[in-house]
Design a protein around this ligand. Sequence first.
Ligand code: QV4
Ligand code: CA
Length: 467
Amino acid sequence: MKAKNLDELWEISPPNEHILLNEPWRPWWQRYQPISYKLCSRSGNEDELRDMITRCNNVGVNIYVDAVINHMCRAGSGEGTHSSCGSWFTASKREFPSVPFSSGDFNDNICTTRSGNIESYCDARQVRNCRLEGLLDLDLDKDYVRGKQADYMNKLIDMGVAGFRVDACKHMWPDNLAAIYDRLQNLNIKWFRNGSRPFIYQEVIDLGGEAITSRDYYRLGRVTEFRYGAKLGKVFRKWKGEKLFYTKNWGEGWDFMPDDKAIVFVDNHDNQRGHGAGGASIITFWDSRLYKMAVGYMLAHPYGVTRVMSSFRWNRNIVNGKDQNDWMGPPSHSDGSTKPVPINPDQTCGDGWVCEHRWRQIKNMVIFRNVVNGQPHSNWWDNQSNQVAFGRGNRGFIVFNNDDWDLDVMLNSGMPSGTYCDVISGQKEGNKCTGKQVEVGDNGKAHFKISNRDEDPFVAIHANSKL
Ligand code: QV4
Ligand code: CA
C-alpha cells in the first residue's frame, strides 16, 4: 500500500450471507448474490471471521472486505432457505426478513427499462436504477437502506476490518455512496491509530465509451483502474506491436487515472476467468512465467496502489475462447464449504490453491515495493524493444528481458556499491544469495546478463537484499 504504514493487506470475498445455488452447483459467484448481512458464508461463520481478522491484524496483515451493497440475489431466485446462514427469503416478493428488506427497498418502480434490467450503458440512470444481470437492485436513495449497509460495514469495522472493496459502484449513485461512507466509524483503535478512516476502493469498470466514468467516484475514494491490467497484458504478450520500452512513461502517461486515485492489478477474480473487463490480454497464474514478470513490473513501478491476486485452480475448459467452467468455485467439501489452505514445506499452497502471492518472485517483489516506498522512478534504460530497466531512487533496481535474445549490458543502477542478491532467482538468506548475485561498482554501474531462456527473465535488487 502506498498509504499510511507498510502493512500488507488482504481482500476477502464477501463474508455476508449469500444464496446457495444448485445450477450450476455452488458457483463462485453465488457470493455476489446477498440474502442478508449476517456474517456467515461458504468461508465460515461470524466467530471464525472475527478470529481470522484478529490473528491477521496481530501480525500486521489488515483485512479489507468485498462489500456487495448494490443488490441482493437474482430476481428469479424463488423462495426458501437455500442461503448460507439458512435465512428465509422470497425473491419474487423482494422479502429478505433477515435484514429486513422488503419490496419498497428496491428500485423496481424507479427503473424505467421494460425488462427492469440494465439495457444500455449509455444511460447513467438505468445503469444505477436497474438490475445488473437481473440482480434485485436496492434503492440506496432510501436512508433506511443505506442505514442497513452502514450498520453491516460498521460491524466489520468494529471487528477490526481496515477497509472495503465496494462492489459494482458504477451501479450506485455517488451521493448515495458518500452518504454511506460518511456513516462509517473510525477504525478500531485496538489495531489502528485513533481517527484512522476505513480505506475505500471502488469497483468501477471504465474502459471508456460509457455514460459513467471512474471520475464520478474520485471524490469518494480510490477506484479500480481496469485499463492497467488490460494494457500490461498486451505489452508483455507483445500484442498489436506493443513493446515493453513503450512503458517508459507508464502510469498517467498511458492515460490511466491520477496516481493518487488508482487501484491497479494484473488480473482480478472476474477477468482471470473471462468475467468483467480486460479480455483475452489479461495475464493470470495460468501463464505463470509472463505473470511473474507483469506482477513484478507492477510492484516495482510507483504508479497506484497495487493489488496482488490469490487464486484457486479449476479445470478450465476453453471452447471457442470461452471457459465452459468459468463458474467453478474454490476447493470445497461435499457440503459446499470451502476447504482450508494447506501450506507445503516449500511455502507454496496445496490442494488446488494457487496462492500466487506466496510465489517467491511475487512475495519478494512485495518486499521490494515496501523497501523502495516513496522513492522516484529513475535510471530508465531500454533497448528500443522489450528489454528495459528502471530504478527506485537508490533503494531498488529491476531489469527485464522480454525479447527473444539475451540481454547483456552494463547499466547505471543508482544503487550504492556492493554485492546484492537477485530476489527473483533467489533471495538473501543469512549472508549469502540463494540465486544470482549482482556486483554494483563505486559508480553505481552493474553488469546484467539475462538469457531469454531463464526460468524468470528478470532481475531485481534492493537495499535489503545487499550482502
Ligand atoms: C443471467 C443473465 C442476465 C439475466 C439474469 C436474469 O446473464 O442477463 O438478466 O440471468 O436472471 C450470475 C450469472 C449471470 C446471471 C446472474 C443473475 O453469471 O449469468 O445473469 O448471476 O442470475 C459476479 C459474476 C456474474 C454473476 C454475479 C451474480 O461475474 O457472472 O452473475 O456475480 O452471481 C459489470 C459491472 C461490474 C461487475 C461485472 C461482472 O459493472 O460491477 O459486470 N463486477 C462485480 C463483481 C462480479 C459480480 C458482480 C459485480 C455482481 O466483480 O464478480 O458478478 O455482484 O461490468
Ligand atoms: Ca443499483
